[in-house]
Write a protein that binds this ligand. Structure first.
Ligand code: DGJ
Length: 732
């Protein structure tokens, strides 16, 4: 009898065990080319089980084990690649989330609750996954948007809780992805003022490599928020597996690349937790910035084009729209101008053929006039001594000249020599008890303060209300946050870096809502603001104050890794006069073209050349702004460089070839084009020639098949220093 009973008990136990055995839930985040697959495990937690080229057979997914990478000794370890790794449990490496709960406990363990998917306009899919701590009332929602055609995934998280008192967030990454390869190579982008986006690479070794910034505003002055990963070798242009990522955060960010004891790599992207412990109240939601990444098995060139298409289709403000050519006055006049001088420049802009005149720094403030960078920031009324008829007078002059009018502002900043600072010293970020350190003689306004947000929004709003015909803003931000202290946040200083950036976005958002058709350039003492969150509000950004065309070739090569050239402002200036006006213009032509030069300093043939170049640019804008961009020859690897744009229909292309400093009698080589239709015939013609000059390009005017151009190439380079050629390639 006892035997029968125990057999029955065993049978019952087996049945109930089977009943509670739940199959792992698979969550597939897919584009047309990539799969990111997450899976729950029997422990109820969520793991990354795959990130790579798209898998063909969904029935294979169940074979992807959440724990397979755990025990190198073959033990049944349960350490895996947790989708949002928390601190205080069994993982000893960098977590995505680190919290001190209201009771002082420092551990968090997230279990999977549910996931849902929704389509975004049929082009992208959003997956929202809810995770909950199994002990504390804390919830994390992971968001993923996958863009099918553009092969981009962006992810961010929302953290909230209903504990009795606030919790402290110490680390709060946007996302984390993992790789298991024999070796890992990182390409990073570093620099300084006038040296933006310099590329270098290194092999990652055990432990952590971080790319971060602590500058607050002007955040990307030294380290740019981008990375490229190569596996087995540094990421290559046209071959091999690469992963490229960036973060949309106009403040302190951090990428962590950590190789663990099992030689796996984890990549975390998020706000830099440096000096930023955040107190999260019950019921509040902490939303992290977007971590945006792509991958390719055909090198960085293809991955860049994924970014370019995605940006134009979804992220960049007016990504599909047109862009205005312009004449700016900063390099030409600096602070020395008046209404007559500007009226003259507007006529020059018209004569040049550009769409707009852009007035730069130095037009405002009366008590402390802005005649140099030591005074006036904050006092945004026109300086009477220079502009007796104010901004309306300039708008009228621009109308008379037949060009649009744009204007520079730097509304997040204040000079201590300003009426604004006299009135509201507590609006500036600075320490109450130490000597103040000034960067470019200015301080950053405290955008964590809603009153200051209103004021900064009001700067644009007042100018626009007075001058509804203003066609463009250049929004500058020259200082990092110095003397880190917010008079507004009082004892919550560790929230300043985050709340300040949120305040900046609040202002950007209000400006965009009220002036949805106003194009704006994002500028930050050159190119120190260049992230994809800010670019939701700006149509383009200023890449660098360094407009030496040689330097620009490197800077533009760097930025083009992540940005479509229509977002990259490039101006022709007097930097490096050893380079001809043709060379300088040909370099700017590949981006969003502008001029910042006194036309009077040009010889007549140079001016005619510029006018023709502007006309060519306008004619070819559909290819330059909206075509596919190919980097053909790297300036990092040769004494030359070449890039090209190809229209989506493959019926028109532009090849830009530059000889930088070739060696004497150097062997030149053919430049192989890309992106053409191999079966189409194309005529190749040199454009942007100096007036009266005949093309010395031996293959000028000839017709080739796309196949020939891509496999054999064109002899577009010369052995002459600082020569350039732009070739228009037209399908016959
Ligand atoms: C820095 C910008 O990068 C320049 O283009 C110019 O606008 C100056 N600021 C003006 O102060």
């Amino acid at each position: 009898m006892r035997r029968i009973l125990s057999l029955a008990l065993i049978a019952l136990f087996a049945i109930s065990a089977r009943a509670t055995e739940v199959a792992n839930e698979i969550i597939r985040i897919a584009t047309d080319a990539t799969d990111l697959i997450l899976s729950t495990a029997p422990n109820g937690r969520l793991y990354q089980v795959y990130l790579g080229p798209k898998l063909l057979h969904p029935e294979d997914f169940a074979k992807l084990s959440p724990y397979s990478r755990a025990g190198s000794d073959g033990s049944a370890a349960t350490r895996g690649w947790e989708a949002y790794m928390t601190a205080g449990m069994e993982d000893y490496f960098e977590p995505a989330l680190q919290v001190t709960h209201a009771d002082g406990n420092m551990s968090t363990l997230l279990k999977y609750v549910s996931s849902e998917k929704k389509s975004i306009d049929g082009n992208a899919e959003e997956t929202v996954i809810t995770l909950k701590d199994d002990y504390y009332p804390m919830e994390v929602k992971l968001h993923y948007i996958s863009y099918a055609k553009e092969n981009i995934i962006k992810t961010w998280s929302e953290i909230s809780h209903t504990e009795k008192k606030p919790v402290l967030l110490h680390r709060y990454a946007s996302g984390i992805i993992y790789f298991e390869r024999p070796s890992y190579y990182l390409t990073e982008f570093s620099g300084d003022w006038a040296q933006e986006m310099q590329m270098s690479h290194q092999q990652l070794q055990f432990g952590k490599k971080m790319i971060d910034t602590k500058l607050g505003s002007r955040a990307a002055m030294h380290a740019y928020p981008f990375f490229e990963l190569g596996f087995g070798e540094p990421a290559k242009e046209d071959a091999g597996e690469v992963v490229m990522g960036t973060i949309g955060w106009t403040g302190n960010y951090r990428f962590t690349f950590e190789i663990d004891n099992l030689k796996n790599l984890r990549v975390l992207a998020g706000i830099n937790p440096f000096a930023s412990t955040y107190e999260l109240k019950p019921g509040e939601v902490f939303t992290t910035p977007e971590f945006i990444f792509t991958r390719s098995d055909n090198g960085k060139g293809e991955a860049s084009r994924y970014f370019h298409d995605w940006a134009r289709n979804y992220q960049l403000r007016d990504g599909k729209g047109d862009r205005l050519t312009l004449l700016n006055n900063w390099e030409n006049t600096a602070f020395k101008f008046d209404e007559d001088i500007l009226a003259g420049l507007m006529k020059e802009a018209k004569h040049l053929g550009v769409d707009m005149f852009l007035l730069d720094d130095g037009w405002f403030a009366n008590k402390y006039p802005r005649n140099n960078d030591r005074a006036g920031l904050g006092d945004w009324e026109a300086m009477k001594a220079k502009l007796p008829h104010g901004v309306p007078g300039l708008v009228a002059k621009a109308k008379e000249a037949g060009v649009k009018f744009g204007i520079w502002i730097e509304p997040e900043m204040v000079n201590p020599k300003s009426e604004l600072f006299e009135k509201h010293p507590d609006w500036a970020i600075h320490l109450p008890n130490r000597e103040t350190y000034y960067y470019r003689n200015q301080l950053v306004l405290d955008l964590s303060n809603p009153e200051v947000q209103d004021y900064v929004f009001g700067v644009v709003d007042r100018i626009m209300t007075e001058n509804p015909d203003i066609a463009y803003f250049k929004w500058d931000c020259n200082s990092p946050i110095t003397n880190v202290y917010s008079p507004y946040l009082k004892e919550k200083q560790s929230q300043l870096y985050v709340d300040h950036v949120r305040g900046v976005y609040n202002v950007f958002q209000r400006v965009k809502e009220k002036y949805p058709n106003l194009p704006m350039m994002l500028c930050s003492g050159g190119g120190a603001r260049c992230d994809y969150e800010a670019l939701k509000y700006f149509t383009e950004f200023w890449c660098s104050d360094n407009t030496d065309p040689v330097e620009r070739l490197f800077i533009q090569w760097g930025f083009s890794q992540f940005f479509p050239t229509k977002a990259m402002c490039a101006h022709v200036t007097s930097w490096n006069k050893r380079a001809s006006i043709k060379f300088r213009t040909d370099v700017a032509m590949m981006c969003k073209l502008g001029f910042d030069i006194g036309l009077k300093e040009l010889a007549p043939d140079e001016l005619t050349y510029c006018q023709n170049a502007v006309a060519n640019y306008k004619r070819l804008k559909p290819v330059i702004l909206d075509g596919d961009f190919y980097r053909l020859v790297s300036p990092y690897e040769t004494n030359h460089t070449a890039v090209m744009h190809v229209s989506k229909a493959k019926d028109k292309a532009l090849v830009y070839a530059y000889d930088i400093y070739p060696r004497f009698a150097e062997k030149t080589f053919a430049v192989k084009l890309q992106g053409l239709d191999p079966n189409k015939q194309y005529k190749v013609e040199e454009i942007n020639l100096m007036p009266g000059a005949k093309s010395r390009f031996a293959q000028n005017g000839q017709i080739f098949s796309g196949d020939y151009l891509m496999k054999v190439g064109l002899y577009a380079f010369t052995t002459q220093t600082l020569q350039s050629r732009i070739l228009e390639v037209t399908a016959q």
